[in-house]
Design a protein around this ligand. Structure first.
Ligand code: PEP
Ligand code: MG
Length: 322
Protein backbone atom coordinates (compact mmCIF):
# COMPACT_ATOMS: atom_id res chain seq x y z
CA UNK A 1 0.00 0.00 0.00
CA UNK A 2 1.30 3.45 -0.93
CA UNK A 3 1.68 6.23 1.61
CA UNK A 4 0.75 9.81 0.82
CA UNK A 5 3.46 11.80 -0.95
CA UNK A 6 4.24 13.96 2.08
CA UNK A 7 5.27 10.86 4.01
CA UNK A 8 8.38 10.62 1.83
CA UNK A 9 9.63 14.14 2.59
CA UNK A 10 12.06 13.29 5.37
CA UNK A 11 12.78 9.71 4.33
CA UNK A 12 16.05 8.62 2.81
CA UNK A 13 15.22 6.90 -0.48
CA UNK A 14 15.77 3.13 -0.51
CA UNK A 15 14.43 0.79 -3.21
CA UNK A 16 12.19 -2.17 -2.40
CA UNK A 17 15.26 -4.43 -2.49
CA UNK A 18 17.39 -2.21 -0.27
CA UNK A 19 19.44 -0.02 -2.66
CA UNK A 20 20.11 3.51 -1.41
CA UNK A 21 19.50 6.16 -4.09
CA UNK A 22 19.67 9.92 -3.59
CA UNK A 23 16.97 12.18 -4.97
CA UNK A 24 18.36 15.70 -5.21
CA UNK A 25 17.17 19.04 -6.55
CA UNK A 26 17.92 21.04 -9.67
CA UNK A 27 18.01 24.73 -8.78
CA UNK A 28 17.94 27.42 -11.44
CA UNK A 29 16.79 30.46 -9.45
CA UNK A 30 17.68 31.62 -5.91
CA UNK A 31 14.00 31.77 -4.87
CA UNK A 32 13.77 28.01 -5.20
CA UNK A 33 16.05 27.62 -2.16
CA UNK A 34 13.10 28.53 0.07
CA UNK A 35 11.17 25.49 -1.12
CA UNK A 36 14.02 23.00 -0.77
CA UNK A 37 13.15 21.51 2.60
CA UNK A 38 9.48 21.17 1.67
CA UNK A 39 10.41 19.49 -1.61
CA UNK A 40 11.92 16.45 0.11
CA UNK A 41 15.27 16.93 -1.66
CA UNK A 42 18.26 14.99 -0.37
CA UNK A 43 20.77 17.63 -1.46
CA UNK A 44 21.22 19.82 -4.51
CA UNK A 45 22.46 17.86 -7.51
CA UNK A 46 22.61 20.74 -9.95
CA UNK A 47 22.78 24.41 -9.01
CA UNK A 48 22.76 26.22 -12.36
CA UNK A 49 24.88 29.22 -11.41
CA UNK A 50 24.31 30.88 -14.80
CA UNK A 51 21.41 32.98 -13.53
CA UNK A 52 23.87 35.01 -11.48
CA UNK A 53 25.61 36.21 -14.61
CA UNK A 54 22.67 36.70 -16.96
CA UNK A 55 20.51 39.80 -17.03
CA UNK A 56 22.82 41.77 -14.75
CA UNK A 57 24.25 45.13 -15.66
CA UNK A 58 27.56 44.81 -13.85
CA UNK A 59 30.35 42.32 -13.50
CA UNK A 60 29.41 40.02 -10.64
CA UNK A 61 32.01 40.32 -7.88
CA UNK A 62 33.67 37.54 -5.96
CA UNK A 63 31.99 38.64 -2.71
CA UNK A 64 28.53 38.67 -4.33
CA UNK A 65 29.15 35.16 -5.54
CA UNK A 66 30.35 33.95 -2.12
CA UNK A 67 27.10 35.24 -0.57
CA UNK A 68 25.05 33.40 -3.17
CA UNK A 69 26.84 30.06 -2.86
CA UNK A 70 26.80 30.33 0.93
CA UNK A 71 23.01 30.71 0.82
CA UNK A 72 22.72 27.54 -1.27
CA UNK A 73 24.94 25.59 1.14
CA UNK A 74 23.10 26.84 4.21
CA UNK A 75 19.77 25.87 2.64
CA UNK A 76 20.89 22.21 2.72
CA UNK A 77 23.00 21.98 5.87
CA UNK A 78 23.04 18.18 6.06
CA UNK A 79 23.40 17.26 2.41
CA UNK A 80 25.73 17.76 -0.50
CA UNK A 81 25.26 20.81 -2.70
CA UNK A 82 26.67 20.58 -6.21
CA UNK A 83 27.19 23.98 -7.79
CA UNK A 84 27.85 24.01 -11.49
CA UNK A 85 30.39 26.50 -12.75
CA UNK A 86 28.61 28.88 -15.13
CA UNK A 87 27.61 27.17 -18.34
CA UNK A 88 27.08 29.90 -20.84
CA UNK A 89 26.26 28.78 -24.34
CA UNK A 90 24.18 29.32 -27.41
CA UNK A 91 20.95 29.93 -25.53
CA UNK A 92 22.48 31.73 -22.56
CA UNK A 93 24.67 34.72 -23.24
CA UNK A 94 25.97 37.19 -20.67
CA UNK A 95 24.93 40.78 -21.27
CA UNK A 96 27.89 42.40 -19.60
CA UNK A 97 31.57 42.46 -20.36
CA UNK A 98 33.92 41.58 -23.15
CA UNK A 99 32.99 37.92 -22.79
CA UNK A 100 30.01 38.42 -25.09
CA UNK A 101 30.62 36.16 -28.05
CA UNK A 102 28.21 35.41 -30.86
CA UNK A 103 29.91 32.10 -31.48
CA UNK A 104 29.23 30.78 -28.01
CA UNK A 105 27.74 27.58 -29.30
CA UNK A 106 31.21 26.41 -30.21
CA UNK A 107 32.68 28.22 -27.20
CA UNK A 108 30.58 26.86 -24.45
CA UNK A 109 30.92 25.59 -20.88
CA UNK A 110 34.44 24.71 -19.81
CA UNK A 111 35.87 25.40 -23.28
CA UNK A 112 34.63 28.97 -23.08
CA UNK A 113 35.70 29.39 -19.45
CA UNK A 114 39.26 28.36 -20.22
CA UNK A 115 39.42 31.24 -22.68
CA UNK A 116 38.06 33.59 -19.98
CA UNK A 117 40.40 32.64 -17.19
CA UNK A 118 39.77 35.64 -14.93
CA UNK A 119 36.04 34.86 -14.93
CA UNK A 120 36.70 31.20 -14.19
CA UNK A 121 39.21 32.01 -11.43
CA UNK A 122 36.85 34.45 -9.74
CA UNK A 123 34.06 31.92 -9.65
CA UNK A 124 36.32 29.14 -8.36
CA UNK A 125 37.68 31.40 -5.62
CA UNK A 126 34.14 32.30 -4.58
CA UNK A 127 33.13 28.64 -4.52
CA UNK A 128 36.17 27.66 -2.44
CA UNK A 129 35.55 30.49 0.01
CA UNK A 130 31.91 29.41 0.38
CA UNK A 131 32.92 25.76 0.84
CA UNK A 132 33.27 26.14 4.62
CA UNK A 133 29.48 26.53 4.94
CA UNK A 134 28.57 22.97 4.02
CA UNK A 135 29.41 20.00 1.83
CA UNK A 136 30.22 21.44 -1.58
CA UNK A 137 30.59 19.77 -4.96
CA UNK A 138 32.06 21.89 -7.75
CA UNK A 139 30.98 20.74 -11.19
CA UNK A 140 32.43 21.71 -14.56
CA UNK A 141 29.99 21.93 -17.50
CA UNK A 142 30.30 20.76 -21.08
CA UNK A 143 33.63 19.00 -20.64
CA UNK A 144 34.95 17.46 -23.86
CA UNK A 145 38.63 16.53 -23.43
CA UNK A 146 40.83 15.19 -20.65
CA UNK A 147 43.30 18.06 -21.21
CA UNK A 148 40.57 20.61 -20.68
CA UNK A 149 39.47 18.96 -17.45
CA UNK A 150 43.03 18.71 -16.16
CA UNK A 151 43.58 22.40 -16.87
CA UNK A 152 40.45 23.22 -14.89
CA UNK A 153 41.63 21.06 -11.98
CA UNK A 154 45.06 22.73 -12.02
CA UNK A 155 43.49 26.19 -11.92
CA UNK A 156 41.26 25.13 -9.04
CA UNK A 157 44.31 23.83 -7.13
CA UNK A 158 46.19 27.08 -7.71
CA UNK A 159 43.28 29.15 -6.47
CA UNK A 160 42.96 26.98 -3.39
CA UNK A 161 46.63 27.49 -2.57
CA UNK A 162 46.41 31.24 -3.16
CA UNK A 163 43.37 31.54 -0.90
CA UNK A 164 45.06 29.60 1.86
CA UNK A 165 48.16 31.76 1.56
CA UNK A 166 45.94 34.81 1.91
CA UNK A 167 44.47 33.40 5.11
CA UNK A 168 41.09 32.23 3.82
CA UNK A 169 39.60 29.01 5.18
CA UNK A 170 38.74 26.39 2.56
CA UNK A 171 36.96 23.11 3.36
CA UNK A 172 38.93 19.94 2.73
CA UNK A 173 35.90 17.85 1.73
CA UNK A 174 35.12 19.68 -1.53
CA UNK A 175 34.31 17.22 -4.31
CA UNK A 176 35.14 18.10 -7.89
CA UNK A 177 33.16 16.58 -10.72
CA UNK A 178 32.03 17.06 -14.27
CA UNK A 179 28.97 16.97 -16.46
CA UNK A 180 28.78 14.16 -18.98
CA UNK A 181 26.92 15.81 -21.81
CA UNK A 182 29.05 15.37 -24.90
CA UNK A 183 29.62 12.11 -26.80
CA UNK A 184 33.39 12.62 -26.36
CA UNK A 185 32.96 12.57 -22.57
CA UNK A 186 30.91 9.36 -22.78
CA UNK A 187 33.53 7.59 -24.87
CA UNK A 188 36.36 8.70 -22.55
CA UNK A 189 34.42 8.26 -19.31
CA UNK A 190 36.75 5.51 -18.06
CA UNK A 191 39.66 7.96 -18.22
CA UNK A 192 37.72 10.94 -16.89
CA UNK A 193 36.70 8.79 -13.92
CA UNK A 194 40.33 8.70 -12.78
CA UNK A 195 40.32 12.48 -12.30
CA UNK A 196 36.74 13.37 -11.38
CA UNK A 197 35.23 12.73 -7.93
CA UNK A 198 31.81 12.35 -9.55
CA UNK A 199 29.90 12.53 -12.81
CA UNK A 200 26.54 14.07 -13.58
CA UNK A 201 24.82 13.11 -16.83
CA UNK A 202 23.26 16.09 -18.59
CA UNK A 203 20.81 14.24 -20.76
CA UNK A 204 19.47 17.41 -22.40
CA UNK A 205 22.73 18.15 -24.12
CA UNK A 206 23.86 14.55 -24.37
CA UNK A 207 20.74 13.59 -26.35
CA UNK A 208 21.04 16.65 -28.58
CA UNK A 209 24.66 15.90 -29.44
CA UNK A 210 24.19 12.14 -29.81
CA UNK A 211 21.52 12.75 -32.45
CA UNK A 212 22.98 16.01 -33.78
CA UNK A 213 19.62 17.69 -33.30
CA UNK A 214 18.86 21.03 -31.68
CA UNK A 215 17.31 20.53 -28.23
CA UNK A 216 15.24 23.68 -28.58
CA UNK A 217 13.49 22.56 -31.78
CA UNK A 218 10.42 20.50 -30.89
CA UNK A 219 9.94 19.32 -34.48
CA UNK A 220 12.97 17.08 -34.16
CA UNK A 221 12.04 13.42 -34.48
CA UNK A 222 14.98 11.71 -32.92
CA UNK A 223 15.33 13.79 -29.81
CA UNK A 224 14.30 10.90 -27.69
CA UNK A 225 15.80 9.92 -24.36
CA UNK A 226 14.46 6.37 -24.47
CA UNK A 227 16.34 5.52 -27.65
CA UNK A 228 18.69 2.60 -26.96
CA UNK A 229 21.63 4.77 -28.13
CA UNK A 230 21.04 7.03 -25.12
CA UNK A 231 20.47 4.11 -22.76
CA UNK A 232 23.70 2.43 -23.91
CA UNK A 233 25.64 5.68 -23.41
CA UNK A 234 24.28 6.02 -19.89
CA UNK A 235 25.05 2.44 -18.99
CA UNK A 236 28.61 2.83 -20.23
CA UNK A 237 29.16 5.98 -18.18
CA UNK A 238 27.71 4.47 -15.00
CA UNK A 239 30.00 1.46 -15.34
CA UNK A 240 33.02 3.71 -15.97
CA UNK A 241 32.27 5.75 -12.85
CA UNK A 242 31.78 2.71 -10.64
CA UNK A 243 34.91 0.99 -11.95
CA UNK A 244 36.86 3.87 -10.34
CA UNK A 245 34.67 3.96 -7.22
CA UNK A 246 33.03 7.27 -8.17
CA UNK A 247 29.38 8.24 -7.80
CA UNK A 248 27.15 9.35 -10.63
CA UNK A 249 23.98 11.37 -10.99
CA UNK A 250 21.46 11.97 -13.76
CA UNK A 251 20.44 15.63 -13.84
CA UNK A 252 18.92 16.32 -17.27
CA UNK A 253 15.19 16.27 -17.99
CA UNK A 254 15.40 12.54 -18.61
CA UNK A 255 15.49 12.12 -14.82
CA UNK A 256 11.82 13.18 -14.79
CA UNK A 257 10.64 10.55 -17.30
CA UNK A 258 8.62 7.79 -15.65
CA UNK A 259 9.71 5.26 -18.24
CA UNK A 260 13.40 6.16 -18.03
CA UNK A 261 13.65 6.22 -14.22
CA UNK A 262 13.39 2.43 -13.63
CA UNK A 263 15.94 1.72 -16.37
CA UNK A 264 18.53 4.18 -15.13
CA UNK A 265 17.94 3.01 -11.56
CA UNK A 266 18.62 -0.60 -12.53
CA UNK A 267 21.78 0.44 -14.39
CA UNK A 268 23.08 1.55 -10.99
CA UNK A 269 22.68 5.33 -10.91
CA UNK A 270 23.50 6.75 -7.46
CA UNK A 271 21.47 9.94 -7.68
CA UNK A 272 18.65 11.52 -9.63
CA UNK A 273 18.56 15.31 -9.64
CA UNK A 274 15.39 16.96 -10.84
CA UNK A 275 13.13 20.01 -10.51
CA UNK A 276 11.52 20.48 -7.09
CA UNK A 277 7.93 19.36 -7.88
CA UNK A 278 9.22 16.08 -9.36
CA UNK A 279 11.16 15.02 -6.23
CA UNK A 280 8.48 13.52 -3.98
CA UNK A 281 6.76 11.53 -6.76
CA UNK A 282 10.12 10.00 -7.70
CA UNK A 283 10.96 9.18 -4.06
CA UNK A 284 7.65 7.36 -3.84
CA UNK A 285 8.19 5.43 -7.09
CA UNK A 286 11.73 4.38 -6.22
CA UNK A 287 10.70 2.84 -2.90
CA UNK A 288 8.37 0.56 -4.84
CA UNK A 289 10.90 -0.59 -7.44
CA UNK A 290 13.33 -3.47 -7.15
CA UNK A 291 16.69 -3.19 -8.92
CA UNK A 292 17.02 -6.96 -8.98
CA UNK A 293 13.66 -7.42 -10.69
CA UNK A 294 14.43 -4.68 -13.22
CA UNK A 295 17.74 -6.06 -14.40
CA UNK A 296 16.39 -8.46 -17.08
CA UNK A 297 14.29 -5.58 -18.45
CA UNK A 298 17.40 -3.40 -18.83
CA UNK A 299 19.18 -6.18 -20.67
CA UNK A 300 16.23 -6.48 -23.00
CA UNK A 301 15.86 -2.77 -23.85
CA UNK A 302 19.56 -2.33 -24.58
CA UNK A 303 19.13 -4.78 -27.46
CA UNK A 304 16.09 -3.03 -28.95
CA UNK A 305 16.09 -0.92 -32.10
CA UNK A 306 14.09 2.18 -31.18
CA UNK A 307 12.42 4.14 -28.41
CA UNK A 308 8.87 2.94 -29.20
CA UNK A 309 9.81 -0.65 -28.48
CA UNK A 310 11.51 0.42 -25.26
CA UNK A 311 8.49 2.45 -24.12
CA UNK A 312 6.16 -0.46 -24.80
CA UNK A 313 8.06 -3.05 -22.76
CA UNK A 314 8.72 -0.67 -19.87
CA UNK A 315 5.04 0.28 -19.77
CA UNK A 316 4.07 -3.37 -19.72
CA UNK A 317 6.62 -4.15 -17.01
CA UNK A 318 5.32 -1.32 -14.82
CA UNK A 319 1.72 -2.44 -15.24
CA UNK A 320 2.65 -5.96 -14.21
CA UNK A 321 4.78 -4.95 -11.21
CA UNK A 322 2.83 -2.10 -9.65
C1 PEP B 1 21.71 18.97 -19.41
O1 PEP B 1 22.33 19.31 -20.42
O2 PEP B 1 21.01 17.94 -19.35
C2 PEP B 1 21.78 19.78 -18.17
C3 PEP B 1 21.33 19.32 -17.02
O3 PEP B 1 22.28 21.03 -18.27
P1 PEP B 1 21.46 22.25 -18.94
O4 PEP B 1 20.06 21.75 -19.21
O5 PEP B 1 21.54 23.35 -17.96
O6 PEP B 1 22.25 22.47 -20.19
MG1 MG C 1 23.74 20.93 -20.34
Amino acid sequence: QQQSLGAYRDLATVTADGNRVHVAANIALPDELNQLIKSGAEGIGLYRSEFLFLNVDHRVTEDEQVANYKAALLAMPHDRVVIRVQDLGADKQPRFGQERNVKLFSQRGLRWLLKQEPILRTQLRALLRASVYGHLGIMFPFVTTIDEFQRALAILDQERRLLEEQGHAVANNVEVGMMIETPAAVLMADQFAKYADFFSIGSNDLVQYLFAEDRTDSSNQHYVALNPAVLRAIKQVIQAAHAEGKWISLCGEMATLKLAQPLVLAMGIDEFSLPLPAILPLKQRLQNLSVRQLQPLVKQVLMMENDDEVAEVVNKWLRRHQ
